[in-house]
Design a protein around this ligand. Structure first.
Ligand SMILES: [Zn+2]
Ligand SMILES: [Zn+2]
Length: 683
């Protein structure tokens, strides 16, 4: 069995992306031949709206964990987070015998591995241009210098038993690179001459016609804005854009301004890049931020993080007026030398608004010529295809439409449509010297990490967080005896729930759900053991009530709050609470037995966790947090008794669920419409 398997595997090269396709971020690719696995990059992505409390998104690495004994090594193309940000995390799960990569990227990786305590799980090997390394029995990789927004970046020529694959990494063709390190076009052409089996190429800007302007082109524009500034200059850009930061430091020197740095990553990257010689700036150029206010405004340049409107970054804090050292002055010129990553646009424009309201001059946007991309446009992509002349072509590093556009560019360059594949994460590209096809996919998906980076936020936790954020929570405390009777009115408590239902209705619905469960499910949930007290599946009872009430609220009020039912068991024989449900017949159709299975239609857009609401529904109002429980049976009918806490659910003599607490503390009333506003701001 094993020998047949390895025979079929040996016949072809399998290329398996686990991240980076149909998205920008978490680029992670596996090359497999025979028993050898080689990884190329392992990045992270940042969470999208609705991923509450998640700060890092990783690819699902089940495939790698299952095959860890076959991992022979890893290749790193460059030091951007979407290419190296996942490595330290993965090393907690499996060893990687050796990681080859550029000096700058590996030195940044060292810090991350130290932090994660995984330095002993691999060996780091620095490579230079045209170095060739052997990984396992079957892979030989040449590092080809390329140009990108990050310094010390490489494209790869991967030679395998079935032929050579060119894996571009992130690139643009910049013929006047800031650091003087030119794209090694000769090497690409060399492989093109020898014959390239397949090209895997960066698709980020596949939709943009023309050539990507060189990084140097922003220099005169930044120079002009800095020279014209009357007061302080504040510039924000990506810390990892080494070339951009180099130019800004050069311009500060040229314009006689001292530089103050803000933001952890800005300080770290500049320190590392200067230490390794990727950035040249005299020590005297820098002033510690605590002393920056001693420097005249006209001679000050502040370089900081926050170009993406990240809430905790320096510039965002300054825009909110809560930075300890730096306050905005009306004479400030603030320059955004970056463009918003899709998804960050709203945070960025909000930050710009705040800074403008504070009176600063803000320079931003495409028309100013103060930012260029690090990824090639269509003409750059054509040049790559022209130099490498691949037999097969797979666009990578991009969202779906970018991959499709890039494939079309390939067709226009003579790559036959049949020789092109649009793939997704987990797809397997099987290559032989004269064929390319999709094999059976492997498991791929996402793994969400919370702030601590140790905890994994699974799909269930994320769904609960989304429900809490969007629709709030309903808690129910039900007192039920072991002989299956409701013995006290249930207490219902709403937090953050926007609903048209009044307290009385909620309370009635809850009673009905409990009664329904007791009448229709009790037999299945309770096991009578002869001679001893019955065994009740209390968790099952709780779940049944939660599901039933959830369905009713979803259908009748178009809300989907998290529902938490806690049962306080009472001994058999406890006097039964009759409830009001019988007195007021349910005129609405039952929440049960209609509309198919219990776990049926959700009306939830799984993509972003936003609930589609019925636009014709009555205007929502906020039910402030309170206990809705009906009073003791004697007082039934005097509802709504919402303002006062219900009396203790009598007469449960031996309360088993002692930990159950129903909060009744009044909360400040939430202004109506807050939930909706938040949602539209996040959209
Ligand atoms: Zn990059
Ligand atoms: Zn990238």
């Amino acid at each position: 069995m094993t020998s047949t398997l390895s025979k079929t595997k040996q016949a072809c090269l399998r290329v398996i992306p686990l991240g980076g396709l149909h998205e920008i971020g978490k680029n992670t690719c596996v090359f497999e031949y025979g028993d050898d696995l080689m990884l190329v990059d392992a990045g992270l992505a940042f969470p999208s709206d609705g991923m509450h409390g998640v700060n890092v998104v990783m690819p699902d690495t089940s495939f790698l964990r299952e095959n860890q004994s076959r991992i022979r090594g890893m290749i790193v193309t460059h030091g951007h987070e979407d290419h190296i940000g996942g490595i330290a995390h993965h090393l907690k799960n499996f060893d990687i015998p050796v990681i080859y990569g550029p000096r700058l990227a590996l030195s940044m990786l060292t810090g991350k591995m130290d932090e994660a305590g995984v330095t002993d799980r691999t060996t780091l090997q620095t490579v230079g241009p045209r170095d060739v390394v052997k990984v396992g029995q079957h892979f030989s990789v040449e590092f080809i210098r390329n140009t990108h927004s990050m310094a010390d970046s490489f494209s790869l020529a991967i030679t395998t038993p079935v032929g050579t694959v060119i894996f571009t990494g992130d690139f643009k063709f910049d013929h006047t690179p800031v650091d003087g390190e030119h794209f090694d076009l000769a090497r690409l052409a060399h492989y093109g001459d020898q014959g390239v089996l397949c090209l895997f190429s960066d698709s980020t800007n596949a939709e943009v016609p023309g050539y990507c302007p060189p990084e140097r082109s922003v220099f005169p524009n930044l120079d002009r804005h800095i020279a014209e500034a009357e007061g302080r200059v504040i510039i924000t850009t990506f810390a990892s854009s080494i070339h951009r930061v180099s130019m800004i430091l050069e311009l500060a020197l040229k314009n006689g301004r001292k530089v103050g740095l803000l933001g952890r990553s800005m300080l770290n990257v500049i320190a590392k890049a200067r230490e390794l010689g990727y950035m040249r700036a005299p020590d005297e150029l820098f002033v510690p931020i605590k002393q920056i206010n001693d420097v005249p405004d006209r001679e000050t340049l502040l370089l900081m993080t926050g170009s993406q409107g990240e809430p905790l970054a320096a510039l965002s804090r300054i825009s909110r007026g809560d930075h300890p050292q730096v306050k905005v002055k009306t004479s400030d010129t603030i320059i955004f030398s970056a463009s918003p990553i899709p998804g960050n646009t709203i945070s960025v424009v909000n930050t710009i608004d705040k800074l403008m309201i504070l009176g600063a001059k803000v320079v931003y946007g495409k028309g100013e010529g103060i930012h260029v991309s690090g990824h090639g446009f269509q003409e750059d992509q054509k040049l790559m295809l022209a130099l490498t002349r691949p037999k097969y072509f797979v666009p990578v590093h991009g969202e779906h439409r970018m991959l499709v556009k890039h494939a079309r560019t390939g067709h226009s360059m003579g790559v036959p449509e049949d020789n092109t594949l649009i793939i997704n994460n987990g797809d397997v590209v099987e290559l032989t010297p004269d064929s390319m096809r999709k094999g059976d996919p492997v498991k791929a998906g996402i793994e969400l990490l919370d702030q601590s980076r140790n905890g994994i936020v699974d799909a269930r936790v994320l769904k609960e967080r989304q429900q809490l954020a969007v629709d709030g929570i309903v808690t129910i405390l039900a007192a039920i005896s072991t002989d299956g009777a409701m013995v006290a009115p249930p207490r219902v408590n709403l937090r953050g729930v926007v609903t048209t239902a009044d307290a009385r209705k909620m309370s009635l619905w809850t009673e009905r759900e409990i009664k329904w469960v007791l009448e229709n499910r009790w037999k299945q949930l309770c096991r009578n053991v002869e001679g001893s007290s019955p065994e009740v599946d209390w968790m099952g009872v709780q779940r049944e009530v939660e599901v039933g009430l959830g369905r009713r609220m979803r259908r009748e009020m178009q809300v989907e709050p998290l529902i938490l039912c806690l049962v306080q068991p009472a001994p058999g024989g406890t006097p039964v609470y009759k409830g009001r449900a019988d007195a007021e017949p349910d005129t609405r159709p039952s929440s049960r037995g209609r509309g198919g299975g219990r776990h049926g239609g959700h009306g939830r857009d799984s993509g972003n966790g936003h609930v589609r609401r019925d636009r014709n529904a009555a205007p929502a109002r906020v039910v402030p947090s309170r206990v809705i429980g009906t009073p003791a049976p004697a007082a039934a009918g005097s509802a709504p008794a919402a303002a006062t806490p219900a009396p203790t659910p009598a007469p449960a003599k031996e309360p088993v669920a002692a930990a159950v607490v129903v909060t009744s503390a009044p909360e400040p009333e939430m202004p109506a419409g807050r939930t909706r506003r938040r949602r539209s701001a996040a959209a």
